[in-house]
Unconditional design. Structure first.
Ligand code: 13P
Ligand code: SF4
Length: 321
């Protein structure tokens, strides 16, 4: 996570005329609106550059929960803006592209979740933050990829668990905690697309490289990895290890941060298809327009917000790991 406010002359000189003008406009609007710009690590480089904070899903929720800004612009996908809106009901929460959704979040229908819960009386529902507010409202506690192991470990051992929507993250958490769980049939199409064969090829090509993957990857991909982390965890790990080269099994947007923070290390994407199109829907023009018009705004209906907030806040109360 980092702070990047105030575009210097040096940064401006490195951009094309129109991009520099846009950056300046965004900077002025941000001050005028008393806004904070939060961006996920999968966002395009120009958005990560201009953001006040860049982080993983957990860090973005934590930032939203503690910011004093009047306007919060979330550069990410819809559930991230919705989480910010839940945590800051008295602020204006904006997303520069309303259609930037998460296909995995769409894999759970609240009605089907309700019907499934009826068949599992007494079970607790652990809900990955990549889900709609309506689904969070039907759940007992949220988790992110950074804290899923600790969230599950915190739950009473005698309770049956249903983990939604990411079966891959669920399998990984089960392998780390030894806790048996039922999984929803959901997955991230981007991470699920990465095959074990592709990772094996990358390992043959770069035998000295450490393999770092996101827990949204398939179990057989995780089995080939040296380490499994959230996006922020991958970035932190590179800073702590003496290894010089890495095969990265997560969305390509992270390469911008890795190359920026560790320019002397080598990073190889495990597959060229690790690209989330939803994460790439936001650009500088849409960000400028959002700050100008204070729209599109993300609002959560009161009846959903109360229960969804309970799940989110139970997670945040467990703290950082
Ligand atoms: P995090 O590492 O932020 O949990 O990212 C997962 C993801 O896919 C966000 O959409
Ligand atoms: Fe959803 Fe996967 Fe894109 Fe993240 S990378 S927003 S989980 S589709």
């Amino acid at each position: 996570m980092e702070r990047m406010r105030g575009m210097t002359q040096e940064v401006l000189l490195g951009r094309s005329g129109s991009e520099a003008a846009l950056v300046q406009e965004i900077d002025e609007l941000r001050k005028e609106r008393k806004a904070v710009i939060l961006a996920h690590y999968y966002q395009p480089p120009e958005i990560q550059q201009i953001a006040d904070f860049v982080g993983d899903s957990l860090q973005l929720a934590q930032q939203a929960a503690q910011t004093a800004a009047e306007v919060i612009v979330v550069c990410g996908v819809h559930f991230m803006a919705e989480s910010a809106a839940l945590l800051c009901p008295d602020r204006v929460v904006l997303i520069p592209e309303l259609n930037a959704g998460c296909p995995m979040a769409d894999m759970v229908e609240p009605a089907l979740l309700r019907a499934t819960k009826e068949k599992m009386p007494g079970a607790l529902v652990v809900c990955y933050i990549n889900s709609s507010a309506a689904v969070k409202a039907e759940s007992d506690i949220c988790c992110t990829s950074a804290n899923a192991v600790q969230v599950v470990a915190s739950l009473p051992p005698e309770k049956p668990l249903l983990f939604i929507p990411d079966k891959n993250l669920g399998h990984w958490v089960q392998s780390k905690t030894g806790r048996k769980m039922l999984f929803w049939e959901g997955y991230c199409p981007v991470h699920h697309d990465l095959s074990a064969a592709e990772v094996r090829i990358a390992k043959e090509q770069y035998p000295k490289a450490k393999v770092l993957v996101h827990p949204e990857c398939r179990p057989e991909v995780i089995a080939l990895a040296d380490e499994v982390f959230s996006t922020a965890g991958i970035i932190r790990y590179v800073g702590k290890t003496s290894a010089q080269s890495f095969i990265i099994g997560t969305e390509e947007g992270i390469l911008y941060q890795l190359n920026k923070q560790y320019p002397e290390r080598k990073f190889y994407l495990a597959s060229p298809v690790l690209r989330c199109h939803n994460m790439k829907m936001i650009d500088l023009i849409k960000l400028r327009n959002t700050l100008q018009t204070l729209s599109p705004r993300v609002l959560v209906p009161e009846n959903i917000a109360v229960a969804a907030n309970r799940s989110l806040n139970r997670m945040l109360a467990l703290g950082s790991f």
